[in-house]
Design a protein around this ligand. Structure first.
Ligand code: NCD
Length: 316
């Protein structure tokens, strides 16, 4: 397969619907970029003359910076646009922005937006390729890809692994994209959370549901912690931080239920002492949190490469 055909889509809006071969191909290509990024000679010309715009309607550190770095390493011109999402004019802002960017002949648009579905809406209005950098609580495909790459490089495979995704699943696009990816690749997925932080009928996502950390973590290969997303909570979802940490925060004692070589992951940003014990987060014997950030750049380079290669084609 040539690089142009490994991913026959115009946009990367989500993991749902991608074929296992497409996910594997993106991960293989990302693997090459990890090696390249570790070498001294890491400036490339693959995207020379191309323009990538990071259009962020929501705060971001890791995702925006790593897309910027990924684009620049590949030789593209990268522009960051931070747009404040006024809730009143949201719909109008989106379409107007799409029109403006269309007129500028942008090649790839990386979009983050607080509303689920907003990135898809925008992708219907522009001529360039669109990558979803996170839309509401819907999807965050490059995060799931970088998580999968981290796991695959450590464990050698994804199929047959048991992964526990713990914490604020309700508000998490990271959880949703990971559930789709891991299920597609043959892993077993569990979610562990209080009832208030789970979507209704969570089982329908293809996961086993637990409300107790020790049971949920029993014999798992991977423990993926999620941030408690206070900014998306309108009412009271948890009684107190102390109580949350007591029951759902990951510490050495709860981790003891998992396999002895289980890996700890977190997409960042972390609330230390809320969903994860600070020492455990920094424990390089168990935590691969920093590695996840490194994988993020490689994965985003792979995504930018395949989507720009597809631009001439007539994918929908
Ligand atoms: C996540 C996000 O924004 O969805 N962060 C990230 O992209 N690394 C998770 C979060 O905000 O908790």
């Amino acid at each position: 397969m040539t690089r142009e055909t490994i991913f026959p889509h115009r946009h990367l809006l989500g993991i749902q619907g991608l074929a296992p071969t497409e996910i594997s191909a993106l991960l293989d290509l990302s693997d090459d970029y990890v090696d390249k990024n570790r070498s001294a000679d890491r400036k490339m010309t693959t995207l020379r003359g191309k323009t990538v715009i990071n259009l962020f309607f929501e705060n971001s550190t890791r995702t925006r910076t790593s897309f910027e770095l990924a684009g620049k390493r590949l030789g593209a011109d990268v522009i960051n646009m931070q747009v404040s999402a006024s809730s009143v004019a949201k719909g109008e802002t989106l379409i107007d922005t799409a029109m403006t960017l269309n007129a500028m002949h942008v090649d790839v648009l990386v979009v983050r937006h607080p509303d689920s579905g907003a990135v898809k809406l925008l992708s219907d209005k522009v001529n360039c390729a669109v990558i979803n950098g996170g839309d509401g609580s819907h999807e965050h495909p490059t995060q799931a890809l970088l998580d999968a790459l981290t796991i695959r490089r450590r464990k050698g495979h994804l199929d047959g692994l048991t992964v526990a995704i713990c914490g604020d699943v309700l508000h998490s696009r990271v959880a949703r994209s990971n559930i789709h990816l891991l299920n597609t690749m043959g892993a077993q997925v569990r979610v562990v959370a209080p009832r208030t932080l789970l979507p209704s009928q969570a089982e329908r996502l293809g996961v086993e549901v637990f409300h107790d950390m020790r049971r949920g973590l029993a014999d798992v290969d991977i423990v993926m912690m999620l941030r408690v997303q206070h900014e998306r909570m309108l009412g009271s979802f948890i009684p107190s931080i102390r109580e949350y940490f007591h029951f759902f925060g990951l510490d050495y004692e709860k981790l003891a239920a998992a396999k002895p070589d289980a890996l700890i992951m977190h997409p960042g940003p972390m609330n230390r002492g809320v969903e994860i014990d600070s020492d455990l987060a920094d424990d390089v014997e168990r935590s691969v949190i920093r590695e996840q950030v490194e994988m993020g750049v490689a994965v985003r380079m792979a995504c930018l490469e395949v989507l720009t290669a597809n631009l001439q084609k007539d994918f929908r």
